[in-house]
Design a binder for this molecule. Structure first.
Ligand code: NAP
Length: 241
């Protein structure tokens, strides 16, 4: 893969229909990758693919529920059939669950939804995509975690635990795949100004990170020189919002 841009790359962005995922998809498409955005809301995905796919940029929409094993396996099969390879996988899809609850108040169904999306979903996507990358002999996998995966998050303990888990998964898989020339990196942003973040209420949103800041971190990772492996980026706002 050329080190400066991605003209021959196939890139998958989970949760690419809005927020951070959309900004990452936009960034990768400007680097000339063919970008496949996934999510559950097919109509929104198609609309975003149309909006981003201008000026010769290639953005394709494909439905995939990362928390659903069958959906993820079907998606992997479609990738293999339609594209034959994947060079960049950004595991961005994630949910926060109901905010403001102590862990003992959290409904077990919400616990399952958080872990099935944020952690099991990444595992399913790796199962779908890593064999294609190994066959190609190279790849970038970027897992969008959170500073909540580095720090305690009272009233968000399940979300925080899912991201601590995602970090641990990423470090282990990074070592598993290094010999295949596949770099697995984690990006841990603080609060980003998207619909995801109820905590932005009462905050100075002009100081908050923007989705484009996370996309920039992804750009830095995918444009590294071949011998360089930046394994983790912690992303904070310059001033506390
Ligand atoms: N915003 C923040 O403050 C912040 C800070 C640190 C880290 N993060 C992380 O950044 C990532 C993106 O956050 P965001 O702020 O962009 O959130 P967002 O605006 O709520 O977007 C979440 C995305 O995930 C997708 N998604 C959710 N469940 C899915 C599933 N089961 N299968 C496939 N796609 C699914 C959604 O698409 P559909 O609804 O179409 O499925 C949507 O595109 C998350 O992993 C989040 O934990 C966010």
């Amino acid at each position: 893969m050329p080190s400066k841009e991605l003209s021959d790359a196939i890139a998958v962005v989970t949760g690419g229909g809005r927020g951070i995922g959309r900004a990452i998809a936009a960034k990768l498409s400007t680097l000339d990758a063919t970008v496949i955005i996934t999510g559950r809301d097919e109509r929104r995905l198609q609309q975003v693919a149309n909006e981003l796919g201008v000026n010769g940029r290639r953005v394709h929409a494909m439905r995939c529920d990362v928390a659903d094993r069958g959906s993820a396996e079907e998606f992997g099969e479609r990738l293999r059939r339609d594209y034959g390879r994947v060079n960049v996988l950004v595991n961005n899809a994630g949910i926060g669950g109901p905010g403001g609850l102590f862990l003992h108040q959290l409904d077990p169904e919400d616990w399952d939804a958080i872990f099935n999306t944020n952690l099991r979903g990444v595992y399913y996507m790796l199962r779908a995509v890593v064999p294609l990358m190994i066959a190609t002999g190279a790849g970038h996998i970027i897992n969008i975690s959170s500073l909540a995966g580095k720090n305690p998050l009272p009233r968000g303990a399940a979300y925080s635990a899912s991201k601590w888990g995602l970090n641990g998964l990423s470090y282990g898989v990074a070592e598993e795949l290094r010999d295949h020339n596949i770099r697995v990196s984690v990006v841990c942003p603080g609060s980003v100004d998207t619909d995801f973040s109820p905590r932005r209420q009462g905050k100075d949103t002009s100081r908050m990170l923007k989705a484009e800041d996370v996309a920039h971190a992804v750009e830095v990772l995918v444009t590294q020189a071949p011998q360089s492996f930046m394994s983790e980026i912690l992303l904070r706002p310059t001033q506390k919002p």
